[in-house]
Design a protein around this ligand. Structure first.
Ligand code: NAP
Length: 281
């Protein structure tokens, strides 16, 4: 049986590390503050935002909520972001995605000051990631690196295969694995013979967005399998991009859904907020 990589436990450790540092700053009269902007009332977004606020409360980070109506204009949203950029009491700014169709996500992301870009989505953060400069790392891929390392797996020299090339998961994931000296391949919907590529992987990261797509036939015996997907199945239960029951018997280690990558994303957000406060002096 594979090791179940417990994202709940590992994220709990990271949040406790953040909590200790936030509390030490508080004793010196310094607060860490995250502004969380939600546009509209999409139920999934409301759950994600709620979980982020809970994590702030746990770690001692002050969360300031901004709830804007679905029909808010892009200019109103951008002007709120500019105001928060200039507010020295705010250390991190998070705009919950997706946004309504009449608002350009890329304009919104580019308006957030790179100094407060705790999601790590700004083009400057992406550039820093690529060139190895200091910058905020996108939370989900950064959390996955922590999961792998804290499971005691050395990435150096390993065959790493990432399925998915989105800007928020697949691409930064590949760059982070490369930074850790993995030999990295990125697959996508145009990849020919996906199985023959994924079968080579010592570390396989599935960020496809298709429920239970990866079964044992895609996985090399003894691989570490990281499942980024989040879906609701026909019984309204959460599942991932990996068919857990099929893959667990062949893997060395595997993340479950729920309780794998998801909690790490939030823990890394807390870490980025603390880092933002420290950098802002
Ligand atoms: P996305 O933007 O939809 O990207 C999916 C990627 O998978 C694309 O690059 C696509 O290729 C590729 N793909 C689709 N079908 C494929 C196939 N048959 N073979 C090979 N590649 C295929 O999704 P995302 O935003 O990266 O998210 C991926 C999953 O992770 C989703 O389930 C999402 O809900 C979840 N997620 C979870 C967290 C978390 O905190 N746990 C955070 C973010 C996302 P093309 O580029 O060629 O279209």
């Amino acid at each position: 049986m594979a090791i179940r990589i417990d994202g709940k436990v590992i994220s709990g450790i990271i949040k406790d590390e953040v909590k200790a540092e936030v509390s030490a700053l508080k004793e010196k009269g310094i607060d860490v503050t995250l502004a969380v902007i939600q546009v509209g009332e999409d139920p999934a977004s409301t759950v994600y935002v709620g979980n982020k606020k809970k994590a702030c409360a746990y770690t001692g980070i002050v969360s300031r909520a901004y709830n804007l109506p679905e029909d808010v204009s892009e200019e109103e949203l951008l002007s709120l972001i500019r105001k928060l950029n200039d507010d020295s009491d705010v250390n991190g700014i998070l705009v919950q995605l997706p946004l309504p169709k009449h608002i350009s996500e890329s304009r919104v992301i580019e308006t957030i000051s790179p100094k407060k870009d705790v999601d790590g989505f700004h083009i400057q953060s992406a550039g820093a990631l690529l060139t190895g400069e200091k910058g905020f790392l996108p939370c989900t891929p950064a959390g996955i690196i922590e999961l792998i390392k804290r499971t005691g797996v050395d990435i150096t020299g390993k065959e790493c295969v990432v399925i998915g090339r989105s800007n928020i998961v697949g691409k930064p994931m590949a760059v982070l694995l490369l930074r850790e000296n993995g030999t990295v391949t990125i697959c996508h919907s145009k990849t020919k013979d996906l199985r023959s590529v994924t079968k080579r992987a010592d570390i396989l990261v599935a960020a496809i967005g298709k429920p239970k797509f990866i079964d044992a036939s895609y996985v090399k015996e003894g691989a570490v399998v990281i499942d980024v997907g989040i879906h609701r199945n026909e019984n309204n239960k959460l599942c991932g991009d990996v068919d857990f029951e099929s893959v667990e018997p062949v893997a060395y280690a595997i993340t479950p859904v729920p309780g794998g990558v998801g909690p790490m994303t939030i823990a890394m957000l807390m870490k980025n907020c603390l880092e933002a406060r420290k950098q802002q002096g």
